[in-house]
Design a protein around this ligand. Structure first.
Ligand code: COA
Length: 242
């Protein structure tokens, strides 16, 4: 893996840490970040040493303030700028990885920031976190899966209110809507995310992976199919253990 400019990737005791690292632009998501994220996610998928991942933002003010508006506005046209984002399926890759991802969210969590968090399995927020989807206000719609992942997480009405009105949520509101699992004091955010990752990592890695698959794949199929999937994964787990 090469050196990155827009993210930092660290690995410690089986836990991968992805840090969005453009604090001067509130960690806005640009095309270079897309490419670097794609590379690092591929590496995490293939690296058997990594059993859990924490995703966070650098700096005091934001996890991520959404798509990079300077790039968006200086691109030849909004259509081409958006097209560039579809060329690499970062989000498909993100959602296909069978390892647990924990998002540690602080400050501004906007647009693609929410969408990245929604690709994670568990979301912790600090008390200062603020969540919003500015896309329709800019004449666009989410492009990182948010129109699909948000309603699957908080339900249709709440997702549509956020998306259509552009209303921002406080951390407590996000927690009530189950957009985040828990709200913690700012100083506890990373330690809590780390504690969770260590706890998960202490469990059998195949069981963790299969449990994630059963839940995430199960959400997209019927209950009957889901029960079959669970039985199949359970059988495979016994075989692996034997
Ligand atoms: N893309 C590019 N740069 C961004 C950015 C974005 N999405 N969001 C913030 N920045 C930059 C600002 O331009 C500013 O840069 P500067 O210091 O060179 O002027 C820096 O980050 C700090 O932002 P600033 O606006 O000064 O902070 P603030 O606390 O006053 O306001 C926000 C924070 C998030 C309310 C405001 O920056 C904002 O509305 N950002 C755009 C959010 C957005 O619409 N995202 C797109 C989603 S599709």
């Amino acid at each position: 893996m090469g050196a990155f400019e827009t993210i930092i990737y660290e690995k410690q005791d089986g836990i991968g840490y992805i840090i969005l690292n453009r604090p001067e632009a509130l960690n806005a998501y640009n095309i270079q970040m897309r490419d670097e994220l794609y590379e690092v996610l591929g590496a995490i998928r293939d690296d058997t040493d990594v059993e859990a991942v924490v995703l966070k933002g650098a700096g005091d003010k934001a996890f991520c303030a959404g798509a990079d508006l300077t790039e968006f506005l200086t691109a030849p046209s909004p259509v081409i700028a958006r097209q560039a984002r579809f060329e690499r399926d970062v989000w498909g890759l993100f959602l296909s990885i069978d390892k647990p991802f924990i998002a540690a969210l602080h400050g501004y969590v906007l647009g693609s920031g929410i969408e990245m968090a929604l690709c994670c399995d568990i979301r912790l927020a600090s008390e200062d976190a603020r969540f919003g989807l500015p896309e329709p206000g800019l004449g666009i719609i989410p492009a990182a899966g948010g129109s699909q992942t948000l309603p699957r997480t908080i339900g249709r009405a709440a997702a549509l209110e956020m998306l259509l009105s552009g209303r921002w949520l406080t951390a407590q509101e996000a927690c009530r809507l189950k957009l985040v699992n828990r709200v913690v004091p700012r100083a506890d955010l990373l330690p809590e995310a780390e504690k969770l990752a260590i706890k998960i990592k202490s469990h059998n890695r195949t069981a963790v992976s299969y449990a994630k698959q059963a839940v995430t794949r199960g959400l997209d199929i019927t209950l009957a199919e889901g029960l079959q999937l669970e039985a199949e994964l359970g059988r495979r787990l016994i075989e692996v253990k034997d």
